[in-house]
Design a protein around this ligand. Sequence first.
Ligand code: ASP
Ligand code: MG
Length: 309
Amino acid sequence: MEIEEYGEKFASPFLKKALKIHSDTRRFMSDFLKDRGFIELPPVIISGVTDPLNHPTSRSQIEIYGHIYELTKSMIFHKQLALHIADKIFAFSPNIRLEPEKRKTTGRHLIEFTQIDVEMRNTTREEIMDLGEDLVIYTMKKITEQDGDLLSSLGRKLKIPSKPFKKITFTDAYNEFSDKFEEELSKKAKEPFWIIDIPLKEREFYDREDPKRPGVLLDMDLIYPEGFGEAASGGEREFELNQIYTRIAKKNQKPEQFKWYIEFGKKFGFPKSAGFGIGIERFVRFITGAKRIEDVTPFPKGIGEFFPL
Ligand code: ASP
Ligand code: MG
């Protein structure tokens, strides 16, 4: 992106409106969680350990004082471990994910974005999905109330979803639509819905394997309707050391990659918890109906080119 293009971008009425909605979205999500007793964790940008993710993104690291830090891909481990401080945690977590170039045109990938990462102790997947539904509904209602005029001027009318959101298992979705199931289902849907029971090979080691159904995880993705695609990922977490080692091995990863997480857990315990992460820019894109995720933020970092600011 050239410097001149920022002038055009900043002058666009769309960005002005989207940024106000973006700001309010963050406020309402935070209000909702704080009202429910969640404590906000400050963001972690560099750390000795980060989310491996399931899809290939190159690792981004910096060396400081002779030590290697990774840039945060998600605060999954930090939010889990912070449950030693409080039972309900959330963070506006800035994530860096060096996505492959083929994702350049999806309209919903940035290499730098923020997700609201939520985690709660002694909770089931069903309970955390219920909380996620309430959070999405509350935010959409508040935006409709407070920014209704802005939405109308963008030609956007939001349908407030009803609870409970529909659920479809990964296997059923895959059997019906094969590889493109997420896209196809999202296009057909009128309200957000869940994809549940994602198989082990599709997800990271930290999502809990159902003890009654080996190979099936107690996890989920939230998908927006109207073709806006993935909103969130989440699940119950593995909390037994042996199982954590087994799961890391099944991903062909090495425990050394997660050394600091494991050492902490060995000493102080891995909390039994569930949680999810909702991408903020994607949520704002859905709320505003923006074509591209780049359009809802002033300094986007898209895939495959240089963005100087
Ligand atoms: N760590 C997940 C992600 O960033 C979200 C979650 O499972 O809470 O995709
Ligand atoms: Mg995901």
